[in-house]
Design a protein around this ligand. Structure first.
Ligand code: GUN
Length: 284
């Protein structure tokens, strides 16, 4: 079997067209959606992500503001900026690009963002709401994965879903969403004893570990849906996922490529959360 390849760029383009229309409607009502992005330090991957987020805002008509701070910035300066953005009515979403330099307490920074503007869904209140099955903002990457599955008409009810990775950004919220969709969920991580035993049972396998090509074709159940959240740079400069695409695509029924799979969906869902937040502000 050779898997169907899930094209995240094509789905994103379709979703962004309807987001562009919603943004235009809100702008016409005098409430143009606005996103503020905070970047601290010179992490090259973060710089690329932030640039792409700002470009995506421009393309759909979302106002964006970028605030860059040098790596040695005292945390109070960033917290002050967040407080100002919390109070700014032009801004409906605030995103602090992670990771932050070592002098920062990441949790403290994430909690400083107003939960009503936390379009990343990282604030403890929003994590709690998601865990209760009543989300306000869903973290963009797992939200994008759910949209991809839904666009393919894949029902999760009763399915065996295996999430590899337990990060706050992807693994944990992904797990909560899959439970919410009535899958039977197993979470694997660095201390899991026999990873392949678990992955081979997965009808839906989500790889989010940050290890290049770690999930090989022999670890995939024939006919499984394989979602690769990893974005890793190889020594030759090429990007690859956590899944060994060439071997896995011969076993899976559906698979996401890297690049061009989940990545563009993450940014699309950030736009969706920002526009949703503006919608809520306009309705107030
Ligand atoms: N760093 C890696 N992924 C993300 C993300 O989704 N949001 C933020 N803010 N930082 C990240």
């Amino acid at each position: 079997m050779t898997a169907k390849i899930l094209d995240g760029n094509a789905l994103s383009a379709k979703l962004r067209e309807s987001l562009r229309q919603r943004a235009a409607e809100l702008t016409a009502q005098g409430c143009q959606p606005g996103l503020a992005v905070i970047l601290v330090g010179e992490n090259p991957a973060s710089q690329v992500y932030v640039r792409n987020k700002i470009k995506a805002c421009e393309a759909v008509g979302v106002h964006s503001e970028k605030y860059e701070f040098p790596a040695d910035t005292p945390p109070e300066k960033v917290l002050q900026k967040i407080a100002a953005l919390n109070a700014d009515p032009k801004i409906h979403g605030i995103l602090v690009q992670l990771p932050l330099p070592p002098q920062f307490d990441e949790d403290e920074v994430l909690e400083a963002v107003s939960a009503e503007k936390d379009v990343d869904g990282f604030h403890a209140e929003n994590v709690g709401l998601l865990a209760q099955g009543n989300p306000r903002f869903i973290s963009c990457t797992p939200y994008g994965v759910m949209e991809m599955l839904s666009a393919e008409g894949i029902s999760l009810r009763g399915k065996e879903a295996v999430v590899v990775g337990r990060s706050n950004i992807v693994g944990k919220p992904m797990t909560l969403l899959l439970i919410g969709a009535s899958a039977t969920v197993t979470v694997c991580h660095s201390q899991t004893r026999d990873l392949a035993f678990h992955t081979r049972r997965a009808d839906v396998l989500i790889a989010a570990v940050g290890k290049p090509k770690m999930i090989t074709g022999e670890m995939v159940k024939p006919g499984a849906v394989v979602i690769d959240v990893g974005i890793n740079r190889l020594p030759d400069g090429k990007l690859c996922g956590d899944v060994d695409f060439d071997s896995a695509k011969e076993v899976a029924s559906l698979i996401t490529p890297v690049p061009g799979g989940v990545g563009p969906m993450t940014i699309t869902m950030l736009l969706a959360n920002t526009i949703e937040s503006a919608d809520r502000a306009a309705g107030k």
